[in-house]
Ligand binder design. Structure first.
Ligand SMILES: [Fe+2]
Ligand SMILES: [Fe+2]
Length: 273
């Protein structure tokens, strides 16, 4: 196992939407830049465009040639499109990428819990499990994802906990999208387990035109790291970097980053937690 550092840099990015038509080598400059900038890469779903194994294999080849840091991921709804999500997980695992689906893993002293998540809306306007069976099943899908996330967080023993999702757990980071589709971009039921553990940060994708930053009700930073959004807010470095102090003094291990948070003045989105 690699030695634990005092300061660990996580690069986070989602929605690569790697397709059959992608230019071979097209992502290599991005992966090389990430390798130079961070210690760990967190991928937040929609890695492929149609969930096809051939897309995943081509993406894995690009990763193998230019990405040289540990990578942890969750899948997104696009990765489920062809019903071959398990095959995709295997392809990514063979490429050294840890894909979380209610699982957890520890890298460089940081604990990662991840699920895809699901839709359903936010706050008092969230869809409730009432009426037709199909509505109840829809709502229960989000509840099941939240339960999986809670179980994965409960297994971690690190001081630092990081949550990876594809769907958004808060409304703030989907704002900017058409109001009519907010309920399909995430669900505040995913926020509930995050509030029960000392989570330092949450990363998600899916809302390509949302906002880059938000907070849970308990103040945990939430980062929308959709590639489309990152290219807009930080074109020279189209991914989020968050630096985590590991092994902090006990009094700094409180929920949601009681330590210093700073944003660089060059809009390249470096924060320290
Ligand atoms: Fe996407
Ligand atoms: Fe998506």
């Amino acid at each position: 196992m690699p030695p634990v550092k005092d300061l660990v840099r996580i690069a986070a990015l989602g929605d690569l939407h790697y397709s059959r038509n992608a230019a071979v080598g097209g992502l290599q400059p991005l992966f090389s830049q990430i390798t130079e900038s961070a210690d760990i890469l967190a991928l937040c779903g929609d890695l492929t465009d149609y969930g096809l194994p051939e897309e995943a294999r081509a993406l894995a080849r690009e990763m193998a040639s230019s990405l040289k840091i540990p990578t942890v991921a969750v899948l997104g709804n696009h990765d489920y499109e062809s019903g071959q999500q398990q095959e995709l997980q295997k392809i990514f695992a063979d490429a050294g990428v840890t894909t979380l689906d209610g699982d957890s893993t520890e890298l460089l002293g940081i604990g990662f819990a991840g699920v895809k998540g699901f839709a359903g809306g936010f706050g008092r306007r969230a869809l409730g499990p009432w009426g037709e069976d199909i509505i109840k099943k829809f709502v229960h899908e989000a509840l099941d994802e939240a339960l999986k996330l809670e179980a994965s967080l409960a297994r971690l023993r690190t001081d630092r906990l990081v949550v990876l999702l594809h769907y958004a757990p808060v409304q703030q980071t989907v704002e900017g999208e058409p109001l009519e589709i907010y309920p399909f971009l995430g669900c505040s039921r995913l926020e509930e387990p995050i509030g029960r553990f000392p989570v330092s940060a949450v990363f998600h994708g899916h809302a390509h035109h949302g906002r880059p930053e938000g907070l849970t009700a308990k103040g945990v930073p939430v980062y929308n790291v959709s590639l489309c959004l990152m290219r807009t807010v930080s074109p020279e470095r189209p991914f989020r970097i968050v630096e985590f102090e590991v092994h902090p003094p006990a009094h700094e291990c409180a929920p949601h980053a009681s330590g210093e948070r700073r944003v660089s003045g060059d809009r390249r989105s470096v924060e320290r937690i």
